[in-house]
Design a protein around this ligand. Structure first.
Ligand code: UD1
Length: 429
């Protein structure tokens, strides 16, 4: 799949942000820990969610997709604690089934996690935590197998504030005997959302959103109805789209506080950023100014917004840098930007952007999910036509990305075949 676009239109108007993908994946896993029905609203309609729901069906979860953004799940008929199919191997968040199934059945067998190739992405912190909770772990046929005779509370210190490990351990510890303390926990908005969801099912989790989370295990979790928070990264991507196309975009139905690190950088770069209730309006200016950015765990600048920021720095006046401190392999998109005429250099974990002025349309390949979205922003800011290949990555995490951009005035279409690409190029040029 490819996106074909013609750059140059300043994006303008309003865009409604979908539910948070990364929160949804944790929340779906939490939902199957109850034998009662759980209703989840504001579910984003993205591929990663569809894949996880398919994996649920295969182990016996009753999945009722009430409408595009609502699902009812019932985990009362699960017949196996083994989740392994080709799809689950493609997504990262399959690993949440480890915590969910271990908590509920004291046994879990899950295909090794896949996801974007943005670094080695080990799961040693998840496994360390599970072991401390009483599980024995082995790897077999590239599956992670966990087994616990007695799942009990534990004091767990994470070596790094891992989002995945924090969620996975909250899941398992919610049904463990006694109290678990997770120190150096991740604080991302979706950690808080998963904790709130588990608490609405009867779990006892305190401190989510802070460095130390305390979980008192309960006997069982009951049904609930829960609405997922808005997607911080989707919102940030559209805010950046306004900046790079010198447009005027209002992102609606968001939690502005989650956007603070991104808003601060856009202000520093000379954009106008106006908070209005549950919306933020970003007005791009004729000149963007460079800045230095370092990715950090929340509330720092999110690594998932790093490539989009890289595009903005290509178009800014002066020299800007990005220091990537979370994943070691997240600058692959920089080579793609060079094809558009960007003057950039990567030295280890630092990328240097020498604000090179206008980008030129080019044939690009998306190296991963967020970088794919960033290359689309580059194409919309560039002169002429850009084709971004391998956008299946983007579809994993952005709902209706092309349609939402079209709603803001972007010339962008999704193409499946070479013929489609030719036709769209002809129509939009
Ligand atoms: C999640 C998000 C991803 C986001 C990332 C950081 C999901 C499905 N994915 O990924 O979009 O980019 O948070 O905000 O929610 N680490 C270890 N050992 C572990 C776990 C992590 O060394 O056991 C390292 C990782 O390699 C990385 C850092 O810790 O360098 C942070 O990773 P983590 O927060 O766990 O990211 P994910 O949960 O994989």
């Amino acid at each position: 799949m490819r996106y074909v676009m013609k750059g140059g239109n300043p994006l303008a108007g309003e865009v409604t942000i979908s539910g948070a993908k990364n929160a949804a994946l944790g929340i779906l896993a939490a939902a199957i820990m109850s034998d009662e029905t759980v209703t989840i609203e504001n579910l984003p309609d993205v591929r990663d969610v569809a894949v996880l729901l398919d994996a649920f069906r295969e182990i016996g979860v009753l999945v009722d997709r009430v409408d595009r953004h609502t699902v009812k799940l019932n985990g009362g008929n699960i017949f196996t604690a083994c989740a392994d199919n080709p799809s689950i191997r493609k997504i990262r968040a399959g690993y949440y089934l480890l915590g969910a199934l271990l908590g509920k059945y004291h046994h879990a067998e899950v295909a090794m996690p896949g996801g974007c190739n943005i670094g080695t992405r080990p799961i040693d912190q998840h496994l360390k935590g599970f072991r401390l909770l009483g599980a024995v772990h082995e790897n077999n046929n590239s599956r992670v197998i966990l087994d616990a005779k007695d799942l009990h509370g534990a004091h767990i210190y994470l070596d790094m504030a891992s989002v995945g490990a924090t969620i996975n351990l909250m899941l398992a510890a919610s049904l463990a005997r006694g109290t678990t303390i997770i120190e150096n926990a991740a604080k991302e908005p979706h950690i808080v959302d998963v904790a709130n969801m588990l608490n609405s099912m009867g779990a006892k989790i305190k401190g989510a959103g802070m460095d130390v989370i305390r979980i008192t295990g309960v006997e069982k979790l009951h049904g609930t109805e829960y609405t997922i928070i808005p997607d911080q990264i989707e919102a940030g991507t559209f805010m950046m789209a306004a900046a790079v196309t010198k447009g005027d975009v209002t992102v609606k139905r968001i939690i502005p506080q989650h956007m603070d690190a991104i808003s601060a950088k856009l202000l520093e770069m000379g954009c106008e950023v106006i908070e209005q209730g549950d919306s933020i309006r970003v007005v791009g200016r004729p000149t963007l100014y460079s800045c230095n950015v370092k990715t950090l765990p929340y509330p720092g600048f999110p690594t998932d917004m790093q490539p989009q920021m890289g595009v903005a720095l290509c178009l800014a006046e002066g020299v800007g840098t990005i220091t990537e401190s979370i994943f070691e392999n997240r600058f692959k998109y920089v080579d793609e930007l060079s094809k558009m005429g960007a003057d950039t250099e990567v030295k280890g974990s630092i990328a240097i952007f020498k604000g090179s002025g206008p980008l030129k349309g080019a044939e690009l390949v998306a190296p991963d999910l967020r970088a794919g979205a960033a290359l689309v922003l580059a194409g919309l800011a560039a002169e002429g036509i850009t084709v971004v290949d391998q956008v299946d990555y983007v579809l994993r995490g952005y709902e209706d990305f092309d349609k939402k951009l079209q709603g803001l005035g972007a010339e962008i279409r999704l193409a499946e075949t070479d013929e489609d690409v030719k036709k769209i190029k002809f129509q939009i040029s």
